[in-house]
Design a protein around this ligand. Structure first.
Ligand code: MN3
Length: 198
C-alpha cells in the first residue's frame, strides 16, 4: 500500500489567524509530501509492503529508522490536519470530558499538562493525549515517534517541530500551543477516536 498525501480538510487560509496559509502550504505541501515521497522509497523492499500504515509504523520502530521516521510522520500528519478545524477549541464533548476529568483531574489540568508537554519536548516532537490500558494521559515523544509504538492510542497530538509554528510564532512555542488548544482543536474528531478506542 503506497503512502498518499491526503488533501487538507479545509482551505489553506481557513485556520487564520492562528495558523497561516503560508504555514499550511509549507507544512502540508512540502513537509508532509516529503514524508510520503521518502516513505514510499523506503517502503520498497522493506518487507512491510502491503501492511497497513499503523502496522508499518509499529513494525519498523527500532528496526528500520528511515522508514519509521517517514511512516510515523505520515501517520502523525494525517491525523494532525484532522485534529484542527476553523473555529476549533471550546467545549469538549461529554463522554470524553468525563473521562479526562476521571483520569487527569480536570479539563484545566489536562490543558496545563498538554501545553507543558509541548513546551517541554526538547527539540522536535509531539505532545499527546493518549489512551493506554483504558486510561487517558498526557505524553510526549521525540521526532516522528507516537503513542502507537508505546502500546497506546493517540487521541490528540500537536506537532512541535519548528516547521509547525516558526512562520507564525517565531520562537514562541507556548503561544502556538495555546492557540492550538484554545482555537484550533477539532474536539469532535478527538471524541470520535476516543469512542473507537475506548
Ligand atoms: Mn510537521
Amino acid at each position: 500500500m503506497a503512502f498518499e498525501l491526503p488533501e487538507l480538510p479545509y482551505a489553506y487560509d481557513a485556520l487564520g489567524p492562528y495558523m497561516s496559509a503560508e504555514t499550511l502550504e509549507f507544512h502540508h505541501d512540502k513537509h508532509h509530501q516529503a514524508y510520503v515521497t521518502n516513505g514510499n522509497k523506503l517502503l520498497e523492499g522493506s518487507g512491510l509492503e502491503g501492511k497497513s500504515l499503523e502496522e508499518i509504523v509499529k513494525e519498523s520502530y527500532g528496526k528500520n529508522a528511515g522508514l519509521f521516521n517517514n511512516a510515523g510522520q505520515h501517520f502523525n500528519h494525517i491525523h494532525f490536519w484532522k485534529w484542527m478545524k476553523p473555529n476549533g477549541g471550546g467545549a469538549i464533548p461529554g463522554e470524553l470530558e468525563k473521562a479526562i476529568i476521571a483520569d487527569i483531574g480536570s479539563v484545566a489540568k489536562f490543558r496545563e499538562e498538554f501545553l507543558a508537554a509541548g513546551a517541554g519536548q526538547f527539540g522536535s516532537g509531539w505532545a499527546w493525549l493518549t489512551l493506554k490500558d483504558g486510561k487517558l494521559s498526557v505524553t510526549k515523544t521525540p521526532n516522528g515517534e507516537n503513542p502507537l509504538v508505546h502500546g497506546g492510542t493517540p487521541l490528540l497530538g500537536v506537532d512541535v517541530w519548528e516547521h509547525s509554528y516558526y512562520i507564525d510564532y517565531r520562537n514562541a512555542r507556548p503561544k502556538y500551543l495555546e492557540a492550538f488548544f484554545d482555537n484550533l482543536v477539532n474536539w469532535d474528531y478527538v471524541a470520535e477516536l476516543y469512542a473507537k478506542a475506548a
